[in-house]
Design a binder for this molecule. Structure first.
Ligand SMILES: [Zn+2]
Ligand SMILES: [Zn+2]
Length: 158
């Protein structure tokens, strides 16, 4: 496909497409070095930014703040465990229909979307159940103000 991409940008796009997984910029930089592509880290960042704006790649930001880049063909969503940090991949995308509805309007050209779920994974749910005998402190909290400060509120005024 003819494009105004630089050789480095093409290289990075091809790498992301062939990797078929998410990768952080740092990791991608190391990967390129190991595979004989002499690209500076700043160039990797800049290229990723250009490719993102061209709608060729997508970005997902982890809770740690690290941006994970991947080829746009990947339409995957994650179920993130807030306890152990494990991320499971959803089998299908529930947003395809919605994206289709948005597209014909052309007021906004959709490149990709993100959707993340947070909760407890199967094994963490199991360990939660084992801890069940721990008392729930939330429900035993009594209201500090018992309401004794208003013996008889004078409602009439004027
Ligand atoms: Zn978990
Ligand atoms: Zn999706």
């Amino acid at each position: 496909m003819a494009s105004n991409r630089t050789r480095n940008q093409d290289q990075i796009l091809q790498t992301l497409q062939s990797l078929n997984r998410e990768i952080a910029a740092q990791e991608l930089y190391i990967y390129l070095q190991e595979n004989g592509h002499k690209v500076g880290l700043a160039t990797v960042y800049r290229s990723l930014d250009v490719l993102k704006q061209q709608g060729e790649i997508q970005v997902r930001t982890l809770e740690s703040g690290i941006s994970m880049y991947s080829s746009i063909q990947r339409d995957r969503h994650h179920l993130n465990c807030v306890k152990c940090g494990k991320a499971e991949i959803m089998d299908e995308c529930p947003l395809h229909d919605l994206e289709q509805k948005l597209s014909p309007g052309a007021n906004f050209k959709v490149f990709y979307h993100t959707l993340e779920f947070y909760g407890l994974c199967y094994s963490c749910q199991a360990s939660e159940a084992e801890d069940d005998h721990s008392p729930c402190t939330e429900s035993s909290v009594k209201p500090v103000n018992s309401g004794a400060s208003h013996p008889s509120s004078p409602q009439s005024c004027c």
